[in-house]
Design a protein around this ligand. Structure first.
Ligand SMILES: Nc1ncnc2c1ncn2[C@@H]1O[C@H](COP(=O)(O)OP(=O)(O)OP(=O)(O)O)[C@@H](O)[C@H]1O
Length: 255
């Protein structure tokens, strides 16, 4: 099984308001292990909904989501929580770090909340993976925005999840810091598909990355961009360049 995530005929209708909104309609796609995919589309096209359903944070109205070989529809809430904790990580635009805790304590928090005693080595390894081995004792206020976001990534990676979901991870960062962060994500996913790069320390266990972004320059770090429009798939681009992504976005906006 070389797919980390599979979506099959995923449909999501929100029926809380006066008029039901169908945010996703029969979306089928797969995310191969170790791939780095960007999800793009106009505002309201269903990107965040797709990410939330794929990560098991929300349930689809119909269709199926499999993560690391497990069909989420077969799980009860407790099992779903467990799967999210063990096999997925999530990073958001806001870093959501606790200011009174050190970087290491922030990284260990999810495990502590789950009632487990985190291993020192696991915390150190997660911080080292994002280049912050020296900052374990620093509090968020002593770190730059980019370093804080990397702590958030380390926290998401501490259980070495199969999949890392990211919703606008560079949204709150300046250009330079955003690039550093994307380089970190790129390394975690392994070399771009098809490139003969030397194996990295992570090559034995690449992380699959699924990232929502509005920015073509950010999407260009991915192996592939998948476009959504009005809740349906609207094609994709392999080995994207920022220019090609921007052109496709413009055509989606006018169509
Ligand atoms: N909890 C909710 N209740 C009702 N409607 C919702 C809810 N969440 C999203 N929607 C609607 O579903 C559609 C898709 O929203 P979604 O947030 O997934 O789009 P998006 O592509 O991520 O948008 P953006 O780029 O603006 O963040 C929109 O019409 C939105 O208004």
């Amino acid at each position: 099984m070389d797919e980390a995530v599979r979506l099959e005929s995923l449909t999501k209708t929100y029926s809380s308001g006066a008029n039901p909104v169908t945010a996703l309609r029969e979306v089928t796609m797969a995310f191969p292990r170790g791939s780095f995919t960007a999800i793009m589309g106009p505002s309201g096209s269903g990107k965040s909904t797709l990410l939330q359903c794929a990560a098991g944070l929300d349930r689809p109205t119909s269709g199926r989501v499999s993560v690391d070989g497990t069909d989420l529809s077969t799980l009860n809430e407790t099992q779903l929580t467990e799967l999210r904790r063990e096999r997925t990580g999530f990073i958001f635009q806001s870093f959501n770090l606790l200011p009174s805790l050190t970087a290491a304590q922030n990284v260990s928090l999810p495990l502590r909340l789950a009632g487990r005693k985190p291993k020192r080595e696991a915390i150190a390894r997660a911080l080292a993976l994002v280049g912050l081995a020296e900052k374990a004792g620093s509090r968020p206020g002593q770190l730059s925005g980019g370093q804080q976001q990397r702590v958030a990534i380390a926290r998401a990676l501490v259980s070495r999840p199969a999949v890392l979901f990211a919703d606008e991870p560079t949204g709150a960062l300046d250009l330079h810091t955003g690039r550093e962060l994307l380089d970190t994500l790129r390394k975690l996913a392994g070399p771009p598909t098809g490139d003969g790069y030397a194996a990295t320390e992570l090559a034995d266990r690449p992380t699959t990355i699924v990232m929502v972004t509005h920015d073509p320059n950010v999407a260009a770090y991915a192996d592939r961009v998948v476009f959504l429009a009005d809740g349906v798939l609207a094609g994709g681009l392999e080995r994207p360049t920022a220019e090609a992504v921007a052109a496709r976005m413009t055509s989606l906006a006018v169509s």
